[in-house]
Design a protein. Sequence first.
Length: 353
Amino acid sequence: MERVVQYVRGNFFAGEVFADLEDAQARAVFWCQEKAGMRIHGTTQARPAEVFTAEEAPALLPAPADYDVPLFQDAKVHRDHLEIGKALYSVPGDYIGSQVDVRADSELVKIYHRGQLIKTHPRMRPGTRSTDPSDLPEHKSAYALRDITRLIGLCAGHGENIGIYAERILDDPLPWTRMRAVYRLIGLVRQYGPAAVEAACAKALDLDVIAVGKIDSMLAKAVENIPALMPVAVAAGTARFARDPSEYATAAAGPAAAGRSAGAGTTLASRGTGGAASAGTGLANAGTGLANAGTSIATTRTGLANEGTGDAASSGTTGTVGVGAGPRYGRGVQLHLVFSHAEQAQDEQEEQR
């Protein structure tokens, strides 16, 4: 019996070609009854068909009328449930969005993730659901389980009148059909705050108006009637390098005032004269002095030439003085003195005279 699969594969399937499934089943029955069942077994030294009829068949239990064929299916876990056979089954939140393997028979639904059993539910009829509260997030369980009492308690936690108003909303033969209105009321609490919604619910209860839309309108109008807050001017701190405001004070224009203004302006101009202007003036004065010295030298040499000094006149000794604005000195005076190559000879002649 340990090698039964190998025996069937080598003695029945090997080398055979079947037309279809019915042909394979018919030939398998013939092979079991006429060949495999009637051979002499090597261990028992008896025919298996005869031993089964005589000893094993009387000990067998009656076969079930209908065999429970399980359903194997791949499914994706949605936000809170997965669907098997038109029914919904909850799965732990950690597996939301995952692909799982499902085995479902007439009694149980078993859900596997990567070979590990993660959830077991009783088999439900189509159109129903099986939900384990521990599989759902805490803030979603009240809605998923249609827990009306817990939803009212959630509203009462924001305010007494809010809880009473939610209870009045759910006062209906089919309260789960009004749950969306209660969730809208909770949304108003998040939008406007518990105090504002508490006051609006108290007023609506006094008027016996049970409609979340009216609460929303009351809160919206209350917000519109609140005056907008204008920005408040904040005194700026004193800047580190700010001038004293008295420096910007102006007086009436008049002769005396004009004189004082002119004097003040002259003083400011004098104080504002930079080092560059002073340096330029000094260079101009120095240039003027050099020009005067050059003029004296030129006059002396001209006189010497007029006295008939032939050597000096013939030597071509000349001196030129130029006075002008040079690029280095700005508005100063630039002096150019040009002497000929015979300057040394002229100096010797002057010493002799």
